[in-house]
Each structure stands twice: as C-alpha cells, then as structure tokens.
Ligand binder design. Structure first.
Ligand code: DC
Length: 222
C-alpha cells in the first residue's frame, strides 16, 4: 500500500502536483480540502454561519459525506447528492477554512480519510495529512511557495475564468487563510518532523513532480 502525504498552504500547487503524481504512480488522489469544502457547503446551504460552532456540530448529526473515485476523478457527495464544482466557489473557501477550525468537524472527517487510505494506495493533500491523518505515510512533503507567487498563480486562474479582481485582494485573502490554517487550535498547518520541505516558487510542476518521485523512491528503498 502506498501512502503519500502532501501538505502546505493554499495555492502552493498541491492539488495539480498530487493529481499528476497519483496518475504517474497509477493510484488515486484524495483532495482532503474537498471534504472540508463539503462541510462548508452544507453549512451555507443550511443557513448556518461558518463560525457558529454549536450549529455546525449539530448539523453534523444529520450529515453524511462521501468521496468516491469515478474514472479516477474524485466526486463529493453530500447526503447522497453529488456536488460537482459548487464546492470550488470563493465563498465556500471561506466557509471551509472556518469550519475546518472546529475540532468536531476534524474528528468527523478523520475516519473518512483514514478509511480511504486503509482500502487503497493514495496520494493525499491537505494541511495535516503528514502530521495527523497519515502519520505513517511513507513519503511526506511540505509544499509551499511565496505569497506573491501563489497570488499571481491564483490571479491567472481567476482571469482565465473571467473573474475580475486585484492582486492586492488575492494576497490579503491568501495571507488571511494562511494565518487561520496555521493558528487554529486543532491540527494547524505545520511541517511534520519527517516531511521534506519544498518551495515551488521557482520550480515548474514537472520539476516538482520529478523531485517528489525521487524522494518517494528513496524513501521506499527503490
Ligand atoms: O485545500 P483547500 O483550499 O481546498 O482547503 C479548503 C480549506 O480546508 C482550507 O482553508 C483548509 C482546510 N483544510 C484543512 O484544514 N485540512 C485539510 N487536510 C485540508 C483542508
């Protein structure tokens, strides 16, 4: 069973990288941020403020979240209903970041994540995969990039979608999310002791992928 954990702040390029890596290794990619986004989506749909811990926790009693791989693509289901790209909205990013700081939400999603890794080989990306969810992953990477560089990448993505925004707003958003993810009480974003630190600011995706494959081969004794 192969388990690769890729953690790091938002916009560091974790998901494209993890996706490509999983495809090269012929295994699935689990985007754990999508699970938190699904909880955030459920809260918004229920009209619950993302910081209303009591209401979010109560909501979990009647919430079933499932990740399924369909042709290698991860689909999120909320109470049996597929959500598609709706969880990618900007508004949902803020909800996801807020609900992910609630200990009961993290506990709720922990088993879902571990269960998938028990059943199959995976590359997982998130914030606490190496430090908490898959402490025994064979290969752990902490992937980051400068705020400037992450903001420029995000800006290019948004422009491609026709969304008009400013670099300053994106930078402020990224810094806010970094702060929240790194300073929450439970499972904050940290580099696991045995994770390899990679700064992708001046690296292309191919270069980062090759680097991780060589780290993986080394760790796996290949
Ligand atoms: O990676 P992302 O932007 O889709 O994640 C959405 C939010 O979920 C992000 O603000 C941090 C949180 N998250 C987390 O706390 N732990 C994870 N393993 C993955 C995401």
């Amino acid at each position: 069973m192969i388990r690769i954990a890729i953690d790091g702040p938002s916009g560091a390029g974790k998901s494209s990288l993890a996706k490509g890596l999983a495809a090269k290794l012929g295994i699935n990619y689990l985007d754990t941020g999508a699970l938190y986004r699904t909880v955030g989506y459920a809260a918004r749909e229920a009209g619950i403020g993302p910081d209303d811990r009591g209401a979010v926790v109560k909501m979990l009693e009647n919430t079933e979240i499932r990740a399924a791989f369909e042709d290698g693509v991860q689909m999120m289901y909320l109470n049996g209903r597929p959500l598609g790209d709706a969880i990618r909205e900007n508004d949902i990013s803020a909800y996801a970041s807020a609900v992910s700081a609630i200990p009961e939400v993290r506990a709720f999603l922990l088993e879902t994540q571990r269960d998938i890794a028990r059943r199959e080989s995976v590359v997982m990306d998130g914030r606490d995969i190496g430090s908490c969810v898959l402490k025994d992953a064979i290969c752990k990477i902490y992937l980051t990039a400068s705020v400037e560089c992450r903001a420029l990448r995000r800006m290019a993505e948004l422009q491609e979608k026709g969304v008009d925004t400013s670099l300053e707003i994106i930078k402020a958003d990224i810094s806010d999310r970094d702060y929240r993810d790194m300073h929450r009480d439970v499972s904050p974003l940290v580099q696991a002791e045995d994770a390899v630190y990679l700064d992708s600011s001046d690296m292309g995706i191919e270069e980062v992928t090759d680097k991780i494959i060589s780290i993986f081969n080394e760790k796996a004794g290949k």
